[in-house]
Every structure is written in structure tokens, then in C-alpha cells.
Design a binder for this molecule. Structure first.
Ligand SMILES: Nc1ncnc2c1ncn2[C@@H]1O[C@H](COP(=O)(O)OP(=O)(O)O)[C@@H](O)[C@H]1O
Ligand SMILES: [Mg+2]
Length: 239
């Protein structure tokens, strides 16, 4: 048995001649945050689609808590605790915050969806907004609601594609604080694709760097930041 809650091995996604992801292996331990960075088009979003089952693999395998889920669809993987956020696309504008989170929990088949929803709202400091409708929330609050919907049923793994995009510095900081708290209190493992380098290097336990669909560096934040290839390819030599 492996110790990893998530293990992607030699994952490739080719679109005709385009090798969007070309033989990537990465792991997550329980409660770990792995930052994933790389230039536009490096394959970061595609690897999230691959891991969550949204896109068919050209090759490779995905294991969740030691079980091979490669043949399972996205919904089945979500039911088994592999979750992602969708950047507002899953939010219903006119429904109250609490109602939406409860509905999402109910759809997941959680026995006590009310308790599940309350726990999520509490964890994300959304309780004061529980009766507001989503369309009345500010953008940063809507992003937190989106995260709440991804957290119903207590997933083991959470994959986030640029969750800080469009947020203010303060909102980004708040979201980062919530993510860190989730990993320690709920033991959720997070794969965090994010442009904001301060956030990535600030909260990640490990960082992986993609270039052209491949991993060019991976390890502790300080060593990745110091890697000459990373500095040249991505951070710029003065970073
Ligand atoms: N559905 C698709 N069909 C063809 N090419 C795609 C498709 N999705 C992504 N790509 C290509 O795959 C590469 C990786 O894209 P993407 O994963 O979105 O990169 P990133 O998220 O790192 O910016 C890019 O060259 C992109 O144009
Ligand atoms: Mg992307």
C-alpha cells in the first residue's frame, strides 16, 4: 500500500500532435499542499482534467487512496473523494448560500447533508452569509462559495485551478489561510495551480514546475525556487 492519497503515474494527454501533458508523475500525501506552476500552455489545467477524469488519458494511471481510479468517470471519482473547484460555474445565482451547499451535499449522497453543509460553511467563514443569495455576494465571496461546493462530503483531495485569479491581495490571503487550515483540520490534500508566486511559495509544502507538458523541477519550495532551470524557464533570472 502506498502512503499517497493521490498518485498520478506517467500521465499523458495528447490532442492529435499536441502533447498537452506528456508523461507526468505526481503525488499528494494526506494534508499536503503541492503547488503546480509553469508558463501558459504548460499543461497545468489539462493535468487537473486528467486526474479528475474529465479528459481521457492517452497513457498512465491515477490512484486514489491506493485504488486505481483510471477507468472511473469524473462523477465516480468525486464520490470517492477526488474534488475540484469550477470557478463559479457551479453556483446558482438566486439560491441561498446554505441551500446550495446543502443541495450539493445531498447530491453527493451524504446522509446528514445539513450537518455536512454547516460544517463546510463554518470552516470557510460563510455562516454570516448563509441566507444571502449567491448573486448578492461579492466576487471573492462567490469564489469561497465555489470552494464550499467542492468541499461537501469531505473530499480527500482537492484540485484547484487558479483559485486566486481576480481576487484582491486581502482576499487571496484569506483564501490561502482557509486552504492551509483545511489541510490541517480536515486532512485534505491540495493540488494548487496558481499564478501568484507569493501564495504558491508561501503555502505549499512541495512545488512542481511544468514546462511543455513535462515536469522540469519538483521538491521543497526553497530548492525549486533556487533551481537554475526554473529561474530561467519561468521565474526570470532575477526572481
Ligand atoms: N481540448 C484541447 N484540444 C487541443 N489542444 C488542447 C486542448 N486543451 C488544451 N490544449 C493544449 O494543451 C496545452 C496545455 O494547455 P493547458 O493545460 O490549458 O495549459 P495551462 O493550464 O498550463 O496554461 C496547450 O498547448 C493547449 O493549447
Ligand atoms: Mg490553465
Amino acid at each position: 500500500m502506498s502512503n499517497y492519497v493521490l498518485e498520478a503515474n506517467d500521465v499523458a494527454i495528447h490532442y492529435g500532435g499536441v502533447k498537452a501533458v506528456d508523461g507526468v508523475s505526481l503525488t499528494l500525501e494526506r494534508g499536503q499542499i503541492r503547488g503546480l506552476i509553469g508558463p501558459n500552455g504548460a499543461g497545468k489545467s489539462t493535468v487537473i482534467d486528467a486526474i479528475t477524469g474529465r479528459t481521457r488519458l492517452t497513457r498512465g494511471t491515477v490512484h486514489l487512496a491506493g485504488h486505481d481510479v483510471t477507468a472511473l468517470g469524473a462523477t465516480q471519482r468525486r464520490m470517492r473523494g477526488l474534488s475540484r473547484s469550477f470557478q463559479r460555474t457551479s453556483i446558482f445565482g438566486q439560491m441561498a448560500v446554505r441551500q446550495q451547499v446543502e443541495l450539493a451535499s445531498h447530491k453527493m449522497g451524504v446522509a446528514d447533508s445539513q450537518a455536512d453543509a454547516d460544517a463546510v460553511l463554518q470552516e470557510l467563514d460563510l455562516m454570516p452569509l448563509a441566507d444571502a443569495t449567491a448573486e448578492d455576494l461579492g466576487y471573492g465571496q462567490q469564489r469561497r462559495l465555489d470552494l464550499a461546493l467542492a468541499l461537501v462530503g469531505r473530499p480527500q483531495v482537492l484540485l484547484l485551478d487558479e483559485p486566486m485569479a481576480g481576487l484582491s491581495v486581502q482576499e487571496s490571503h484569506d483564501l490561502a489561510k482557509h486552504l492551509k487550515a483545511l489541510t490541517s483540520r480536515w486532512d485534505v490534500a491540495v493540488l494548487l495551480v496558481e499564478h501568484d508566486m507569493d501564495v504558491v511559495f508561501g503555502i505549499s509544502d512541495v512545488v512542481t514546475v511544468f514546462e511543455l507538458g513535462r515536469v522540469i523541477a519538483s521538491g521543497a519550495p526553497a530548492s525549486v525556487r533556487a533551481d537554475p532551470r526554473v529561474r530561467e524557464a519561468y521565474l526570470g533570472s532575477t526572481a
